[in-house]
Write a protein that binds this ligand. Structure first.
Ligand SMILES: [Zn+2]
Length: 854
């Protein structure tokens, strides 16, 4: 039976057995990647099959010997026997406990592989996009076999593929993986275990996200990366809880049993842990617009970092490796922890809250919830209950954010007065905090700014991010939070993390040792040339998603555009900046219900598994954090977006972007088009967005709020959502695209030299629309027209009359007249077009507006 909680030491680094279990999990199926690339096991497939039960296990073992430092290899021999447990004996130099834990972890993580699904298997050796079958959709589309670093918005889209194994494709991928493994992994030595795990994890993410974990007999919608990291997470849990051979054997018997009722399935096996940082919106946007452009990016990025730091703090306190992160991003994280973690979680939550309270004075809270999962619950048809259980636990924690803190801790911080305020020399121009002396004075703008050290820190971070050639994070033992928190760096350090965005690696100086330093080269960062080893710091290169879109101004010297400059950069005389917010519709439901499918007996079965949670969240990150910035250079109107968009935040499924008002809808349209392709044209997976416009000096929090309201309108418009709210109109994406075509047409006519149509045409269309809308609203109010119904009425006569008069204008070119005639016909046939033309006319009106003073 399970031993006591003594295995859960935590806070002292990784135990050796946990470290070995994590690597074994990560690499147990690496042979599948090798075999995709045409590698064969030593001695041939037949011999391998006899020895290891499954040939790929022998191949995995061979790969491990090539990429794991020699001193650690022998401890991993269990991988060779995880399918052939009879061979897992001390005589074969195998730790049988590890072999059994690994085997059970493999089974639990692939709860998705049950026989009835095999009918869907096509034997296609690529990873099936999880969206291709979500919510009953049927479109078999597969990811390309490319490393994450090689993806662009053009080659990353899932596509139809044949069962002919594209050996060359996987061969190239494999060779590149192997080269990188030699460079990044084999050089590690004793004492660098944690760094090794980080490097291995990142490398697998980069290369095996597109290698199927199973495809011959099973549906290949889980990548080798997602299957391996979840197997590792489970192997770690079984190890930390000290599960012995018998324990594992009994659970495996239970899983094999057709009745599915053996008592071993009732055993609690691991804990799902979820963290949610609340207060995020308020924290990011409650700043004045003066200098907001510079500090906003820093603020929102800091929240990403803080989420990461807190998640890693929890892991470290529980003695768990990076493999036990299921998902991390956007103020949320999900972890998998051993049962023994439950005893420590309340104290950890309290400690995190205490630190957050001291650092942010109640502005940010962590709600931490957890829920144990029984062995049987990892199976298809049951895992969704465990997932739901976790969300309920987080919800309860959220409802009482500070309930677990002692009164003294609360009183200490809440008792601190807010100060008297009023003296502008002693308050921060950005956040309003009071100080004796500003940390920084900014006299570059129209009005001089005084910044507190916190805001100045965010400003520097924002600027650094824009110029960075390297992202560097360091991980070490948590530090005490200083009496006076200088800036964000001190908060991260108190959770055991530091971060730099630098042009030169020498600028990243780790103060706390020993530390593991993770380096991510961006454009211009050359790994081979620049890494040098620092005493007491292990450096490893890792891939990291980094969504980045920065508008640059060249005059007077190169700098990031301010909101005022984005405003100034709008087309024509209508000067506005704006905020675009967008996210996926009904995301929670996609996870909870998206995998429900009918079984052979016509009964609904929920196919959600731990690996599918991992794969669906990875897919969303790939789109929003990996591909999203690419859409600013896409389509025929790419020039309109160049240096006019500033991505403040993209994480999870969430986007917050500031830009020149007219660039925002173009970007939104491109993103939506790309998303549609990315989700395999799945009609149930949609996205909605809101755009709010703001004049110069408009408060940021107000613009953020307005955009939030606009997004709510888009989502509240109709049950299926899938819409954009812009310029007071809400419509579906196709309609927006059509409105954009007309808006461009109208404004081109009006601004041509000589004009092909007078500006009065746009005004006329706008008036016709307003008349239509008023008439329609009255009709709805009087019950003569249902809200969703198209409305025919007197507006049609006015339309015909005025359009005829326009067309009698002798200066109007024939082509324009013809287009207008076509337009009139369409409007009369389908009054919904009136909405589209209304938006188009308003859009064109602003685009074509001349320069005017004031
Ligand atoms: Zn401030």
């Amino acid at each position: 039976m399970a031993k006591d909680a003594s295995h859960c030491k935590g806070g002292v680094g990784l135990e050796r057995t946990v470290f070995v279990a994590a690597i074994a999990g990560l690499l147990h199926d690496i042979g599948k990647f090798a075999s995709r690339a045409g590698e064969t096991p030593p001695g041939g497939w037949e011999q391998a099959k006899q020895e290891a039960g499954y040939a790929h296990a022998a191949l995995s073992w061979q790969v491990i010997q090539g990429i794991v430092p020699a001193g650690w290899v022998e401890e991993l021999r269990a991988v060779l026997y995880h399918h052939h447990l009879a061979g897992a004996t001390k005589e074969n130099a195998v730790d049988p406990e590890l072999a059994y834990r690994l085997a059970l972890a493999d089974w639990l993580s692939s709860g998705e592989r049950e026989p009835e699904e095999e009918e869907g298997a096509k034997g296609i050796p690529y990873v099936l996009s999880p969206f291709s079958r979500l919510c009953g959709h049927h479109a078999e589309r597969y990811y390309p076999a490319l490393s994450l670093g090689d993806l662009t918005i053009d080659n990353a889209m899932p596509a139809q593929r044949t069962s002919q194994p594209a050996r060359d494709e996987f061969g190239r991928l494999w060779q590149s993986f192997h080269r990188q493994a030699e460079r990044r992994l084999t050089v590690m030595k004793s004492g660098e275990e944690e760094a090794f795990l980080e490097a291995l994890y990142a490398l697998l993410q980069e290369y095996t996200w597109c290698v199927p974990s199973a495809y011959a007999k099973h549906v290949s919608d889980v990548s080798l990366f997602d299957h391996s990291r979840m197997t590792a997470a489970l192997a770690v849990c079984l190890t930390a809880d000290g599960r012995d051979v018998q324990w594992c054997q009994e659970v495996m018997e239970g899983l094999k049993d057709k009745t599915g009722a053996l008592p071993a399935l009732e055993r609690e096996t691991a804990v799902l842990v979820g963290g949610d940082i609340s207060g995020v919106q308020k924290f990011i946007y409650s700043i004045t617009s003066s200098g907001a452009a510079k500090s906003l990016r820093g603020r929102s990025f800091y929240l990403q970092l803080l989420t990461e730091a807190v998640a890693r703090y929890v892991l470290r306190e529980l003695g768990l490796p990076v493999t036990n992160i299921i998902y991390l991003g956007g103020g949320n994280f999900f972890l998998l922890a051993p049962m023994c973690a439950q005893a420590r979680l309340p104290a950890i939550q309290q400690e995190v809250s205490r630190r957050l309270l001291a650092a942010h004075e109640g502005g940010l809270h962590l709600a931490l919830g957890w829920s144990p999962v029984r062995a049987g619950e990892f199976r298809v048809g049951e895992f969704h209950n465990a997932w739901e259980g976790l969300h309920k636990a987080i919800g309860r924690a959220k409802a009482r954010p500070l309930a677990h803190l002692e009164d003294e801790a609360l009183a200490q911080y809440l008792g601190q007065g807010m100060g008297v305020g009023g003296d502008p020399d002693k308050t921060c121009s950005i956040c309003g905090a009071e100080f004796e002396k500003p940390a920084h004075r900014d006299t570059s703008g129209a009005e001089p700014l005084r910044l507190c050290s916190t805001c100045y820190g965010f400003e520097e971070l924002g600027t650094d991010l824009a110029r960075a050639k390297w992202l560097v994070s360091a991980h070490f033992a948590p530090q005490a939070l200083p009496e006076h928190v200088e800036n964000w760096r001190a908060v991260l350090q108190s959770f055991g993390m530091d971060f730099w965005a630098v042009e030169d690696l020498r600028q990243a100086v780790v103060k706390v040792k020993p530390a593991v330093m993770l380096l991510t080269p961006l454009k211009g960062g050359d790994v081979e040339k620049e890494t040098s080893r620092i005493e007491g710091v292990t450096q490893v290169e890792v891939y990291r998603f980094f969504p980045q879109l920065v508008p640059w101004c060249e005059q007077p010297e190169k700098h990031i555009c301010t909101f005022d400059e984005l405003c100034e950069a709008s087309t024509g005389g209508f000067k506005r900046w704006g905020v675009l917010r967008m996210d996926v519709d009904n995301l929670g439901r996609l996870f909870r219900k998206g995998f429900v499918r009918k079984n052979g007996q016509g009964k609904d079965v929920n196919h959600l598994t731990l690996s599918r949670v991992a794969s669906l969240s990875f897919a969303l990150r790939l789109f929003f954090e990996g591909l999203l910035p690419g859409f600013a250079g896409a389509g025929e109107h790419a020039a309109l977006m160049q240096d006019r968009l500033y991505l403040q935040y993209a994480g999870g499924d969430d986007v917050f972007l500031v830009g020149s008002w007219d660039a925002l809808p173009i970007f939104a349209l491109e993103v939506q088009k790309g998303f549609c392709q990315f989700v395999c044209e799945n009609p149930y997976v949609t996205i909605s967005a809101g755009i709010a416009l703001a004049p110069e000096k408009y408060p940021l929090y107000q613009a953020a709020d307005d955009a939030g309201n606009a997004e709510d309108k888009a989502k509240g418009w109709r049950a299926e959502k899938n819409a954009l709210h812009f310029l007071g109109f809400t419509m579906d994406w196709q309609e927006v695209a059509e409105a954009w075509r007309w808006a461009r047409q109208f404004s081109t006519w009006c601004t041509a030299e000589p004009p092909k149509a007078p500006k009065a045409l746009v005004q006329l269309l706008l008036n016709l629309y307003v008349g239509y809308a008023q008439e329609r609203e009255q009709a709805v109010r009087r019950g003569r027209c249902a809200p969703a119904q198209v409305y025919f009425g007197p507006w049609m006569w006015r339309l015909a009359y005025y359009m005829a008069r326009r067309r009698s204008d002798s200066h109007m070119p024939e082509e324009v007249k013809q287009e207008l005639e076509e337009l009139e016909k369409r409007l009369v046939q389908d009054p919904r077009q009136m909405e589209i033309i209304g938006l188009a006319a308003r859009w064109a009106h602003y685009l074509a507006r001349g320069e005017r003073k004031g």
